[in-house]
Design a protein around this ligand. Structure first.
Ligand code: SF4
Length: 494
């Protein structure tokens, strides 16, 4: 379908939307992992469009909805500019979307940005159908581009033919000049979706696997206006706040003020199942923060604690600075003496970390019993420097998103594949909390046996039975897991 002028066609029902979705000239689009994720990035672009905001809207597809349905909804609205936000998780879907939009709307300006797009080379296939690539933070650059294409004295600039890819660097903005996007969330978003909030960007640390390590110094939004926005969202029914600051507890006074704010909010009890989630640096939790954390009502505070590895040599190799003694002390406090729900992360496949080291780290963490242990697989994100270890540490990667490690000099392909399967079963059997009795029997605290070894045995048995890690009925999973436990396959059975 070609450009047909400004027509008023209702957007396909069921696609989360914001802004002008009646006759938008600018559409901001993403394919989200699920309905629950409301894109902060798209709303931030919308909020910073200035005079063009009333001419712009957002459509958020999901994997479940499918790319063709999203593309059809965009094509129906026939905008002049479409901005597509790309991450490693929607790379393939975004590529398909751009292709469908190019054939449906030959005259539309296709603009690509987002964390994945920003670091890929300009000749990458992702950009085959794109006209403009914005690298870096896009709010101000995208607004300027829209002004150029829609607002010039000569009128709208129409796309005619393929003029090649234009690259724009999104200059790092002073965050005090960036408009806050939160008022663009609908009441239904607040009731049913995660509310992503940022009070800062960047991280002072340099962990080589992490994109935040290459994004420069930490920059902060003025804190009180953000907290006031959160207060209004909560008053409108907002429940699940996910703070995406990469190191919430680096600036202790700001962290303290933020915790005090949420504590007062949740003590009001207005939205009973509300919670806030922070990502914390594990070795930096002074008494003043511990004291505040201790006061949160049960279930209202979730902390994501990045451990990644307990192996000091491996941590140093990837430029991760972490005081292990303080980390363990803080984790013990959080897990046993605070009401916070703890998600602790370990990474599989770090350069030079072998199976024995990973298993020892896993056992150490399990002894502390955080609420959840998330087992992530190492990824070489474009823009990071992990590839410098390829030769020395035998790193072999999947070149397709999400760029996972396939094998290392310390963990061969077969074991790596097994660990990826184990990570998925860990999620299904332990993290989802469906089988607490089974977990207690399988992985007792008072045991001389390695929790990792015992779960590995179960994981092998489950995979031998199911042959897959997806689409497994929970009741059947439980039945098979209990049968494995009852069979005499475990050392030191309980
Ligand atoms: S992993 Fe965490 S601490 Fe390390 S650079 Fe990334 S955000 Fe910062």
């Amino acid at each position: 379908m070609g450009y047909t002028g400004r027509v008023k066609i209702p957007v396909c029902a069921g696609i989360p939307a914001a802004g002008n979705t009646t006759d938008p000239e600018i559409l901001l689009v993403s394919v989200n992992a699920g309905f629950i994720h409301a894109s902060l990035g798209l709303r931030s672009l919308l909020a910073n469009l200035g005079e063009f905001e009333s001419r712009a809207g957002i459509l958020e597809g999901t994997r479940r909805l499918g790319v063709p349905a999203l593309a059809a909804a965009v094509a129906e609205l026939s905008p002049l500019i479409v901005g597509v936000s790309v991450s490693i998780w929607n790379h393939g879907e975004s590529r398909e979307l751009l292709s469908l939009l190019r054939s449906a709307l030959p005259e539309v300006w296709l603009v690509v940005g987002g964390p994945e797009a920003g670091y890929l080379p300009a000749d990458h296939g992702l950009f085959l159908h794109a006209d403009v690539l914005i690298r870096g933070e896009g709010e101000l650059a995208f607004a300027r581009l829209c002004g150029e294409l829609l607002g010039s004295a000569a009128g709208v600039v129409r796309r005619s033919g393929n003029a090649g890819l234009r690259e724009i660097s999104g200059h790092i903005p002073d965050l005090s000049g960036v408009q806050l996007p939160y008022a663009r969330l609908h009441d239904s978003d607040l009731r049913h979706r995660l509310i992503y909030v940022e009070t800062s960007r960047g991280c002072p640390f340099g962990c080589e696997f992490c994109l935040s390590s290459v994004q420069g110094r930490v920059r902060c939004f003025p804190l009180e206006p953000v907290l006031e926005e959160i207060r209004q969202l909560y008053a409108r029914g907002g429940r699940w706040f996910k703070m995406i600051d990469r190191s919430f507890n680096i600036d202790i006074p700001r962290a303290r003020r933020t915790l005090e704010f949420f504590l007062a909010l949740f003590r009001s009890g207005r939205n009973p199942d509300a919670y806030v989630q922070f990502e914390v640096v594990p070795d930096r939790l002074p008494y003043e923060l511990r004291d505040l954390i201790s006061q949160f009502p049960p279930g209202t505070l979730r902390l994501e604690v990045g451990i990644q590895t307990f192996n000091n040599e491996v941590a140093a190799r990837i430029n991760r600075r972490q005081n292990q003694r303080k980390t363990l002390d803080n984790l013990a406090f959080l897990a046993h003496a605070s009401p916070a729900v703890i998600h602790a992360d370990l990474i599989i496949g770090l350069p030079g970390e072998d199976l024995a080291s990973f298993a020892a780290g896993f056992d150490r963490l399990w002894q502390l019993r955080p609420g959840e242990i998330q087992l992530g697989v190492l990824k070489a994100l474009p823009g990071t420097s992990l590839h410098r270890h390829d030769h020395a540490w035998g790193m072999v990667w999947n070149s397709e998103p999400p760029y996972e490690i396939l094998q290392t000099g310390a963990i061969d392909r077969a074991v790596m594949d097994e660990l990826k399967i184990l990570a998925k079963y860990w999620e299904l059997v332990v993290n989802r909390g469906r089988f607490p009795d089974l977990v207690e029997r399988l992985l007792p605290l008072e045991s001389d046996h390695s929790a990792f070894a015992r779960f590995r045995t179960l994981s092998r048995a489950l995979y031998a039975h199911f042959g897959r890690t997806w689409g497994i009925d929970a009741a059947e999973l439980g039945e098979v897991a209990y049968n494995c436990l009852d069979a005499s396959v475990y050392p030191g059975r309980t």
